[in-house]
Each structure stands twice: as structure tokens, then as C-alpha cells.
Design a protein around this ligand. Structure first.
Ligand SMILES: NC(=O)c1ccc[n+]([C@@H]2O[C@H](COP(=O)([O-])OP(=O)(O)OC[C@H]3O[C@@H](n4cnc5c(N)ncnc54)[C@H](OP(=O)(O)O)[C@@H]3O)[C@@H](O)[C@H]2O)c1
Length: 382
């Protein structure tokens, strides 16, 4: 049985990775989870995996007893773990470390938190991996470490990049830092870079993600409520000329797992779709499915502070993150074969599910409390 250490198992990518590839008995999966006790962490992990399982057509969450939840915080030295923890686990053969945990905040006001997680947390992760005798470290980065660059993006470290926000900046710094730290420690390093990750391809449901495409849909859904009492036309501004790369989470997880399965132990790899989609087309689909008929998507270049309405200015501010991460078309290169096939018709199905999820949540919130569906209480199987 191979031992896998993993951070971020309660998050979007980490939970799908565990659910799709690590359950079933071949792996001893040791998860670093935030929480006050092993029981509380195990419960949260189980609940997350059961929720994730519901976004697939075939239910397969079993073998949860192969998971161990270790209360820990990546922002603390040694994740806050005692010496005895490391002593008890030293010398396990074949151990590999997967580092999914990160801060996905991006605003200037959150600089310290972002730094503590994406730089400090990474240093601690390497210390922990070294103390546990892990031979290979898989670092989950992002395709957006290339920053504002447009055009072909190689599977290599980026130098002299300029960034849209501090999240991108720290993730790029982290790639350089981890390369250095792993070299010093004699640990092999694989850097994986997903693009904008959407739900699983089999159902196209959000699968637990609240960021990226779903964050943008949520922002426009909020706008819909604000527009309830007006039919005045409104402009949404963005990168009308650009293309963006969106990729299903199950493909990303498969991409990462196949590197591990094939014993790949070094290099930078894009976990991306084979084709980009037009930002204009995708935004118009979201507006259509949200029934925001009075909203027109226009280029940033047309924005005029003097004539824009107060709501248009607020909307521009609230969607700035999505607009910046889709500004400028990036063509992600992949040396391990073509990426996931993707076009606008296919992305539309994810949009429909994303909108359905929000409308469903609205309908549930409108029901009297007694009629609301109870969340099943997750049970530890071990
Ligand atoms: N989602 C995307 O579209 C996307 C795209 C490209 C790259 N990525 C990268 O993929 C990785 C995973 O992203 P995601 O979307 O899965 O993020 P996510 O859903 O926000 O999950 C983040 C995970 O990190 C854990 N975490 C955060 N702070 C922690 C701390 N102080 N101590 C211990 N654990 C902590 C969270 O635990 P809690 O449950 O306790 O919060 C959660 O399990 C990140 O490195 C991200 O940069 C994501």
C-alpha cells in the first residue's frame, strides 16, 4: 500500500482528487485538515467527500477508513504538529506529498493572509514532507502564474512575469521557492498548473466549486436581484476580445494522478483544456441563462466613468478579478498530449448547471424552515 500525504482534501480539487483516485484500498491517505480534533477533521472530510460524490452519476464513496485526518494548519511551522507525530511516521516507504491547500484570495487587503498561506504554508509543507521522508512533492500551482502575458505559455518556470493580482504573484513566487527548497532537500518536484477549473464532466454540476466560473455566475446572479425593480439597460464591461481556458475537475485530477501513476517525478505540467473559449460568447451565455436580458457585455475600452451608472461602476469593481484573469488570450502548451476537448456548446452545459444550482439554493431559502431539506449527518465508517 502506497502512502500519500495530502493538504487541501476538504477543498474543491483535493476532494475530487481523493474521491476519484485515492479511495478503494490501494492507498494509505493521510490528510492534513484544519480542525480542533481528529474526529472533527474526519467528519468534515467525510462530509465533503460525500457531497462531492453526489456530483457524479456513479456513487463510489467507500473505503473512507483508508483516510486519516490529521488536525493541522499549514500556516504554522510543521503544520503545528508535535515531534511524536513525525517520529511515529518516519521511514514509510514510497510516500508522496500532494500540496493542494492554498489561499485563493486575491485582494490587496488580504495580502498578509495570501502570503501566509501561499508562501509560508508552502515552506511548512516542504518541511513536513522532508520530515516524513517523502521522495516526491506534487505542488498544485495555477496556469495563471504567467500573469498578464498573452500568447503561448510554456510548461516551464516563468521569469520576469507581471501579474494581475497578488494571488498570481505569490503562486509564481511559490513555484520558484519550491523548486529551490526541493533541490536543497533532495526531494523530486512536480508542479501542476490547472487553468480555470469547472465541475465534473459527467454531470457538469459545480461539484463544490464556488470560485472561477461559478464566482462570476454568482456575482451576476446577485445583480439580477438588484435589477428586480428596474428595466433600465445596463452594461457589463470585460475582455470581449479574449479567450479563456476552462477545464473539468475530473480531467484535472486525472491529469495529476496519471503523472503520479506513471512515476513522473519532475517537471511543470499544464492541466488544461485543449481549446480556449471566447469570453464574449461565454459571458453572453451566462447572461442568457440568468435571464439578464437588459445587460449588454461590452469592452473595457468603452467604459466611461463619467457616463457609467452607479450600478455599472459597482459591477465593474465586483467583477474586476474575473475580468483581469480573462484579459489577454493565453495558449497553454502541453507536452503530455492534447488537453480536454472544450467548446462553447460544452461550456454552456456547465453554465446551465451552475445557474440551476443558484436558483435551487434560492428556492430552498424561500421555503419555510420546516420544509427545508435536512443535510444528512455524515458517519465515520471506520
Ligand atoms: N479552483 C480552481 O479553479 C483552481 C485553478 C487553478 C489552480 N488552483 C489551485 O488548486 C489548489 C486547490 O484549489 P481549490 O479550488 O481546491 O481551493 P479551495 O476549494 O479553496 O480549497 C482550499 C483547501 O486548502 C485548505 N486550507 C486553506 N487554508 C488552510 C490552512 N491554513 N491549513 C490547512 N488547510 C488549509 C482548505 O481547508 P478548509 O476546508 O479548512 O478551508 C481547503 O481544503 C490551489 O493551490 C489553487 O491555487 C485552483
Amino acid at each position: 500500500m502506497r502512502t500519500v500525504y495530502l493538504t487541501g482534501g476538504t477543498g474543491f480539487l483535493g476532494s475530487h482528487f481523493i474521491r476519484n483516485h485515492l479511495l478503494g484500498g490501494s492507498f494509505d491517505v493521510q490528510c492534513f485538515v484544519r480542525g480542533p480534533s481528529p474526529e472533527a477533521c474526519a467528519l468534515r472530510l467525510d462530509e465533503t467527500l460525500r457531497e462531492v460524490d453526489a456530483s457524479y452519476p456513479d456513487r463510489r464513496v467507500r473505503g473512507l477508513d483508508a483516510l486519516t485526518a490529521i488536525p493541522s494548519d499549514i500556516t504554522l511551522p510543521a503544520f503545528g504538529l508535535e515531534e511524536a507525530f513525525f517520529a511515529a511516521r518516519a521511514g514509510r516507504a514510497d510516500a508522496t506529498f500532494f500540496h493542494f491547500a492554498s489561499s485563493l484570495q486575491y485582494q490587496e487587503k488580504d495580502r498578509q493572509v495570501i502570503h501566509d498561506h501561499n508562501i509560508g504554508g508552502l515552506r511548512h509543507a516542504v518541511d513536513v514532507a522532508a520530515a516524513l521522508g517523502c521522495g516526491v512533492f506534487y505542488y498544485v500551482s495555477t496556469a495563471f502564474t504567467v500573469g498578464v502575458h498573452e500568447g503561448p505559455v510554456p510548461e516551464a518556470l516563468h521569469h520576469d512575469a507581471r501579474f494581475n493580482n497578488y494571488y498570481e504573484e505569490t503562486k509564481c513566487q511559490a513555484e520558484h521557492l519550491i523548486t529551490e527548497l526541493c533541490r536543497e532537500r533532495g526531494i523530486s518536484l512536480v508542479i501542476v498548473r490547472p487553468s480555470i477549473v469547472i465541475g465534473p464532466s459527467a454531470t457538469r454540476r459545480p461539484g463544490g466549486s464556488r470560485t472561477g466560473l461559478y464566482g462570476f455566475i454568482r456575482e451576476l446572479h446577485r445583480l439580477k436581484r438588484q435589477l428586480r425593480h428596474t428595466d433600465a439597460p445596463l452594461s457589463l464591461y470585460g475582455s470581449t476580445e479574449s479567450e479563456m481556458n476552462v477545464v473539468p475537475v475530473d480531467f484535472v485530477c486525472y491529469d495529476i494522478f496519471s503523472l503520479y501513476r506513471d512515476s513522473v517525478s519532475e517537471g511543470v505540467y499544464h492541466c488544461t483544456a485543449g481549446q480556449n473559449v471566447r469570453v464574449q460568447g461565454l459571458t453572453e451565455l451566462i447572461l442568457k441563462h440568468l435571464e439578464l436580458t437588459g445587460v449588454t457585455f461590452r469592452s473595457f475600452r468603452e467604459f466611461d466613468e463619467a457616463t457609467a451608472s452607479a450600478l455599472e461602476r459597482v459591477l465593474l469593481r465586483n467583477t474586476a478579478f474575473y475580468a483581469s484573469s480573462t484579459a489577454g488570450t493565453k495558449l497553454f502548451q502541453r507536452r503530455r498530449g492534447p488537453g480536454w476537448p472544450m467548446d462553447l456548446d460544452e461550456v454552456e452545459r456547465y453554465v446551465i448547471e451552475g445557474v440551476r444550482g443558484l436558483n435551487g439554493a434560492d428556492a430552498a431559502a424561500r421555503q419555510p424552515p420546516g420544509l427545508r431539506k435536512q443535510r444528512p449527518v455524515a458517519r465515520r465508517t471506520a
